[in-house]
Design a binder for this molecule. Structure first.
Ligand SMILES: [Fe+2]
Ligand SMILES: [Fe+2]
Length: 470
């Protein structure tokens, strides 16, 4: 089975032709919090420019490092980390201390025109090429680095398995790779956890074995997830299959393997919605887990929305399955976890990312609907529910009419629950007060299905229902 072009594009080594013997002992500081991009950049910078990459969490962390270590040759920095204006803080520190360190901004910032190199983070090859230039990697000194192609797998993904499906490699400090597990080796989970804690968030397989890995992993993981397990273990294990599914879909589209993995993940999400654990407890475990926003909010939506559906007069078991399906696919085409948090047109306009990324966010509901066109057995109506999950009939942008009557009831449940989940994950100062939040929703959603959904949500969140609310 041939892999798709896009896939090849993503994993083939970048072509730095005629280049690269790395200059001796350079250091690059990287401030990027998206794990996959961080890993991709670190790995390729080390391979192609031989610079030592030091990862920093934010601007403060970077400044601390610069105070103690004068010898830094390049800074690669994200625009914002959380609410911190990371690039501006970094730039002003470097400038005011006359450090003369070149800076690459992963993204755009109008305040820094001509001051730093701005590169779209999606174009990671340009980041590596520009870094090579800025680090003075000279053409005449180059060696051609014929490293085999490796494909990264999140370490936590492997924690679900009892045995290695194929050979698994680990990257050593000098950039070379060594076998950590041979095929069929037993995986010692505490040792693997330790490896992850020490910073190896990714392990590697040979690129050409990717399909074999996917098949074996899929079989193994299905048998693991079908067994009884605690909610905590299931949240963790489902998180791993969720992110692996997303990786497969992003790199190769909805292939057979990706569909199988998605089905396994959705099945496990459904099991979580049927948990006997008290809702508050379950939500607490989820919001405190270290999983990314995409997974966390998708599972929380699935759990709360399926409870809301049980309270609706039209609610049924098959609609709960639909909700899990929707929760899995609704934001899957958004490339970055942070961008999944955008819920309004104005939020999208303000986001400091490239126009391409903005478009991806703007069209993500439509793209998700198109993606699932090749999925077998899509639950009845799920395409249009996904298309409308931000309240628009076209799946483009975010609705400016909070009570549009043309939106299907399932999409209304999803939309209102998603708003609530977002507040759960980012509670206001002083904590989230459910009663107050419900009152706030009642002021927005005053009629029709919208009103009914808020009432159902109130019953789910505030049990037993209060007789007389002030
Ligand atoms: Fe979402
Ligand atoms: Fe969305």
């Amino acid at each position: 089975m041939g892999s798709k072009k896009e896939d090849q594009e993503k994993t083939k080594p970048i072509e730095i032709i005629e280049e690269v013997l790395p200059p001796p002992e350079t250091t690059t500081l990287l401030v990027e919090d998206a794990p996959a991009l961080k890993r991709l950049l670190t790995l390729n910078l080390e391979i192609y420019t031989a610079t030592k990459v030091v990862n920093k969490y934010n601007a403060d962390d970077l400044v601390e490092y610069l105070k103690k270590n004068k010898k830094v040759d390049l800074i690669i920095c994200k625009n914002m980390i959380g609410k911190e204006n990371t690039i501006l803080k970094t730039y002003y520190y470097v400038k005011s201390n006359r450090l003369k360190i070149p800076i690459i901004l992963l993204g755009k910032n109008p305040k820094l025109h001509n001051e730093v190199q701005m590169i779209d983070p999606g174009d990671w090859k340009s980041v590596i090429k520009t870094s090579a230039k800025l680090l003075n990697v000279k053409a005449q000194n180059m060696i051609r680095q014929e490293l085999p192609d490796y494909y990264p797998i999140e370490t936590k993904t492997l924690l679900i398995l009892n045995n290695a499906p194929i050979d698994i490699m680990k990257q050593c400090d000098d950039g070379t790779f060594e076998i950590l597990y041979k095929a069929q080796d037993k995986i010692d989970k505490s040792k693997l956890r330790q490896i992850a804690i020490e910073g190896a968030h990714f392990l590697y397989i040979k690129k050409k074995s990717r399909l074999k890995f996917a098949q074996n992993f899929s079989n193994d993981v299905q048998s693991v997830l079908q067994k009884e397990m605690t909610d905590n273990d299931r949240i963790y294990a489902t998180g791993a299959t969720f992110s692996y599914s997303k990786q497969l879909i992003t790199t190769s589209g909805l292939t057979e393997g990706a569909i199988e993995m998605a089905q396994t993940t959705i099945g496990s999400m459904l099991k979580l919605t049927e948990s006997s654990k008290e809702l508050t407890k379950l939500l607490e475990i989820l919001s405190e887990s270290e999983e990314g926003y995409l997974y966390k909010h998708s599972v929380m939506i699935a759990i709360i929305a399926s409870n809301v559906i049980s309270k609706m007069e039209w609610g049924s078991k098959s609609q709960k399955e639909s909700i899990c399906f929707m929760a899995f696919f609704h934001d899957i085409t958004i490339p970055d976890d942070d961008l999944c948090q955008i819920q309004t047109n104005s939020g999208l306009e303000k986001a400091e990312v490239s126009p391409e990324l903005k478009n991806k966010v703007r069209n993500h509901a439509k793209d998700a609907k198109e993606l699932i066109a090749s999925y077998p057995n899509v639950p009845y109506g799920a395409e249009s529910f996904i298309l409308q999950h931000h309240g628009t009939k076209t799946g483009i942008g975010f609705s400016e009419n909070p009570t549009d009557p043309n939106i299907s009831p399932m999409a209304i449940v999803f939309k209102i629950v998603e708003e609530y989940v977002d507040v759960c994950i980012h509670p206001p100062k002083g904590g989230l007060k459910r009663e107050e939040y419900i009152e706030h929703l009642k002021k927005i959603y005053k009629a029709g299905q919208y009103k009914k959904v808020v009432e159902a949500l109130e019953q789910v969140l505030i049990a037993p229902p209060k007789k007389e609310e002030k």
